[in-house]
Each structure stands twice: as structure tokens, then as C-alpha cells.
Unconditional design. Structure first.
Length: 134
């Protein structure tokens, strides 16, 4: 039930405004994370370092290195397998990097929502025990 004369009802509490602000912050956070990831790289290697693939955090292949010993036409199938495997290793590392960056940004946002002032625990510490730690 809303209180007439009070914007948003409940003593001036504007829930829709807060939701809109949270959505804007989430969009900014995602944009910042993507920008940071584009500038970071990870490397996946296989075959004891015979093949390595470097990816950006945005999952773009930046470099492929192949040991000259694999450039034998008789080793074509093995080379193809090693390139695929090295690319998959690099993709897993890039996804882990993205998860870490998002988790860091989420922690920053949760810290802004609380802070533990006035005897109230901050939202980040309340949620910290859920879902494997934030």
C-alpha cells in the first residue's frame, strides 16, 4: 500500500529507482570487466611446450607458436591435435580470468551497498557464505 503524497510510497523509498540504478551499475561493471579482459592474455600449451596458443581475455587468438620439429609433413595429424588442445587450454584459462575479474567487480559493488556501518553488516559479508564465497 502506498502513502499518498510520498514518491514511490513507503516514506519516499523509490524501489524502481534503486532497481534502475543497480541495472546501470551492473552494465557499467560488465563493460569495465570486458575492457580489462581485452588487455590481458593467457597461454595454453601442449606437447611439452611444442605448441602454444595465446588468447586475449576476450577469447581472441593472438599468437600460435609451433616448434619447428613438428613441421614434418608426416606429423600433420599430431600437429593439428596439439593446436586444438592448446587452444582449448587457453580458452579455459581465459574463462577463469573472466570469472576472477567479474568476482572482483561484484565484491566492489557489494562493498558499496553496505560497509557495515550503524551496527548493520554489509551485504557482501551476508552473501559471502553463499555459493562458495564471493
Amino acid at each position: 500500500m502506498t502513502n499518498p503524497g510520498m514518491p514511490g510510497g513507503l516514506g519516499g523509498f523509490d524501489m524502481m529507482g534503486m532497481l534502475k540504478q543497480a541495472q546501470e551499475q551492473a552494465a557499467k561493471m560488465q563493460e569495465k570487466v570486458q575492457g580489462e579482459l581485452a588487455n590481458k592474455t593467457v597461454e595454453g600449451s601442449t606437447g611439452g611446450g611444442l605448441v602454444s596458443v595465446t588468447l586475449s581475455g576476450a577469447l581472441e587468438v593472438r599468437q600460435v607458436k609451433i616448434d619447428p620439429s613438428l613441421l614434418d609433413p608426416n606429423e600433420k595429424d599430431m600437429l593439428e591435435d596439439l593446436i586444438a588442445a592448446a587452444t582449448n587450454v587457453a580458452i579455459k584459462k581465459a574463462k577463469a580470468l573472466e570469472g576472477e575479474a567479474q568476482q572482483g567487480q561484484l565484491g566492489n559493488m557489494l562493498g558499496l551497498l553496505g560497509g557495515g556501518g550503524g551496527g548493520m553488516p554489509d551485504l557482501g559479508s551476508l552473501l559471502g557464505g553463499l555459493g562458495g564465497g564471493i
